[in-house]
Design a protein around this ligand. Structure first.
Ligand SMILES: NC(=O)c1ccc[n+]([C@@H]2O[C@H](COP(=O)([O-])OP(=O)(O)OC[C@H]3O[C@@H](n4cnc5c(N)ncnc54)[C@H](OP(=O)(O)O)[C@@H]3O)[C@@H](O)[C@H]2O)c1
Length: 239
């Protein structure tokens, strides 16, 4: 095996940042070379640490700005921070091509959410093929009360994927309550039936395996990708 990949974590003092650092330190193929906080200059820290990949886990609104800086420094970017807009994604696509550095935006690192989206899109294709038409699709997302954005970025992203696959307008319900970390249920309803695909997170550690997968996948990525679906694809085609 070659040298471990040099990784910087931006927002390393935050809940997700600390978790990511713990997982990276334990991974044999990764080396944590920088813990970057709001007191540091991002570009200077990336250069002095000779980072090859930077993982951003800061605050909504900063993800695109940090992605720009990371790519302009010649570093590959994994952006887990919420709230990137379509226009920002398009701009980052161009910048990733220009700098020849991969940029992976992951609204949700849970492997179960990727599997839920794959299953939901399959159901979306299966319904009309089975004569089930129309089907009503809805999403219920439940989170802890400290979550700032509502509806969640994951629910908006899931709805957009399903609408692109032909679902009518997907309704989204949001609940914020104590005792819940992050739940999302996608429901397909027709006639006298319904089908629910439920995903539950009971501990933040659930994000760890997806963070490592994203840090590996970005190393072979050209341009911009959103989500871990093609990282799954790479896993499935491995020997
Ligand atoms: N993709 C996913 O699967 C996933 C899962 C959960 C959360 N998220 C998202 O990840 C982000 C972080 O979540 P969290 O729960 O870890 O939030 P958090 O605990 O509030 O942590 C955010 C951290 O970012 C730091 N920060 C703010 N501005 C910064 C800057 N300019 N440079 C470097 N660090 C800066 C904050 O520092 P101060 O404390 O000094 O302000 C804080 O330590 C959010 O956008 C959240 O929505 C994504």
């Amino acid at each position: 095996m070659g040298n471990p990949t040099r990784v910087a974590v931006v927002g390393s003092n935050g809940r997700m940042g600390q978790l990511a650092c713990d997982w990276i330190v334990k991974a044999v193929d990764l080396e944590l070379v920088a813990r970057i906080t709001r007191d540091d200059d991002l570009g200077t820290s990336l250069a002095s640490s000779q980072s090859e990949v930077a993982l951003d886990l800061t605050v909504a609104g900063l993800g695109a700005t940090h992605a720009r800086t990371i790519l302009e420094c010649g570093v590959r970017a994994v952006i887990g921070t919420s709230g990137l807009h379509q226009a920002e994604l398009q701009e980052l696509q161009g910048l990733a091509k220009q700098t020849q550095r991969g940029c992976l935006v992951v609204p949700n690192f849970c492997l179960g959410i990727t599997i839920q989206q794959i299953c939901a899109r399959l159901a979306m294709r299966f319904c009309p093929a089975s004569g089930i038409d129309p089907v009503q699709v809805s999403i219920l997302e439940e989170h802890h009360p400290q979550k700032v954005d509502s509806p969640s970025g994951t629910s908006l992203w899931t709805a957009a994927l399903l609408e692109a696959d032909g679902a009518g307008p997907v309704s989204i319900g949001s609940e914020r309550r104590e005792g819940v970390l992050a739940n999302q249920t996608v429901t397909f309803a027709w006639g006298h039936e319904s089908l629910g695909l439920a995903h539950r997170v009971t501990n933040r550690e659930a994000f760890g395996p997806g963070i490592l997968l994203a840090l590996q996948h970005v190393q072979i990525l050209e341009g911009l990708e959103v989500g871990l679906e093609s990282a799954f694809g790479a896993l499935l085609t491995e020997d």
